[in-house]
Design a protein around this ligand. Structure first.
Ligand SMILES: Cc1cc2nc3c(=O)[nH]c(=O)nc-3n(C[C@H](O)[C@H](O)[C@H](O)COP(=O)(O)O)c2cc1C
Length: 377
């Protein structure tokens, strides 16, 4: 299963795994793949602590760090100094309060609410260009973080040069071949062709259609990974046959034993089907594939205000989520989630998922080879 990206990065198999949970990241890398930590939920100090922990537990394996640098966002969020909540229109705040109160979800006790607000203040500007840069400064100090990835948009040239000088590879996600061409011209090392099936910020093109177009667009200058809907080794074989150097998965790890989701959240995932992963503006103001719930449905109502541009919609999410979690309300549970959730049916270890992916890949290759011999030779 080794491909050129394995040589460049120093991993054994080209299976990349995105997660916000450090245990998942470490287990993927230790099982031979490359775990990638989503950084945007952490304060700078928090990220430093997470990366130190990963360094201590990952051995000599590589891992990656991913940040969100949105092209379009509310400029005031970057220049203002007060809490971002002050920039949220009162009608939006009222909508969320009424929604949760109306559903009988109790407000947080005062001391908890104070702590939550304080934590939020430390991370709420992470998804602005300057906020993302501050997180990257932290990642730069960690040599085992061999891969830096931009979730949205092409990273600026200074960043690419600095990463290269430090011996790091730079990657970025894309949902259209035009984005991939921009990444190619910016001298990146890796592009992740993320189809609409995927969890998170997604476009409209499926992985099967997007991947070959992205491969054409990069003209052999970058490694291409396929992302979106991948939960089986047979799909990895298919993607590699199409010219990908590997795959990048996110949804698959949500239900693993190492994932830090609450038990009730994992249960929701286990009973969800592919069609429950829908695109919605309700998390960030941009189209995100997520698990349908009463939270996402509320924002589709006629009386709902228009979701806000990044990073302000996330302020509303981060106000609501601690209340929903504390109340254990599975009907309101909201998380980015891809159509691959239909294959996430029980709690398993990351290692067993990695082993199954590889065995299933080998079976697919054997099937292909025996068909080839039977019908072609
Ligand atoms: C809970 C969750 C949060 C995500 N957040 C981000 C993010 O912050 N940055 C990013 O580049 N991708 C994010 N993604 C998308 C993944 O990087 C990946 O592209 C996607 O999950 C692949 O498709 P799949 O979900 O079908 O495996 C997220 C995915 C999940 C499941």
């Amino acid at each position: 299963m080794r491909t050129p990206i394995c040589e460049k990065l120093g991993c054994e198999v080209p299976i990349f795994g995105f997660s916000h949970c450090r245990d998942v990241v470490v287990e993927i890398s230790r099982a031979g793949g490359c775990g990638v930590l989503g950084a945007h939920l952490f304060s700078r100090e928090g990220l430093e602590a997470e990366l130190r922990w990963i360094d201590d537990h990952v051995g000599d394996k590589p891992y990656g760090v991913d940040v969100l640098i949105p092209g379009r966002y509310v400029r005031d969020a970057e220049v203002s100094e007060g809490p971002l909540r002050e920039l949220v229109p009162p009608a939006h705040l009222r909508f969320v309060e009424d929604l949760l109160d109306g559903a009988g979800i109790p407000p947080l006790p005062e001391d908890v609410a104070r702590q939550v607000a304080q934590d939020r203040r430390q991370t709420e500007r992470n998804n602005t260009p300057s906020g993302a840069m501050k997180l990257l400064e932290v990642a730069m100090r960690h040599p085992k973080a061999r891969l830096i990835v931009s979730a949205l948009g092409t990273p600026p040239p200074e960043l690419v040069e600095r990463c290269h000088a430090l011996g790091k590879l730079v990657g970025a996600l894309c949902g259209k071949p035009e984005h991939a061409a921009r990444h190619r011209d910016a001298n990146l090392d890796l592009v992740i062709a993320q189809g609409t099936e995927a969890a998170g910020h997604t476009g409209q093109i499926s992985t099967l259609v997007l991947l070959p177009q992205v491969i054409d667009a990069v003209q052999g200058k970058l490694s291409v990974l396929a992302a979106g809907g991948i939960s089986r080794g047979s799909q990895i074989a298919g993607m590699i046959a199409m010219g990908a150097e590997g795959v990048w998965c996110g949804t698959l790890w949500l239900g693993t034993r190492e994932s830090d989701l609450l038990p009730f959240q994992k249960e929701v995932l286990f009973r969800s089907r592919a069609e429950d992963a829908v695109q919605s503006l309700s998390r960030t103001g941009k189209p995100v594939r997520l698990l349908r719930s009463r939270w996402s449905e509320a924002w589709e109502r006629e009386d709902a205000p228009r979701p806000l541009q990044p990073p302000l919609q996330e302020v509303l999410v981060r106000m609501a989520v601690p209340r929903i979690d504390r109340a254990g309300r599975d009907d309101f549970y909201t998380t980015p989630c891809g159509q691959a959730v239909g294959d996430v049916n029980e709690e398993r270890t990351v290692r067993s998922v990695m082993v199954d992916l590889q065995n299933d890949y080998l079976e697919a290759m054997e099937r292909l080879s025996s068909q080839w011999q039977r019908y072609t030779v």
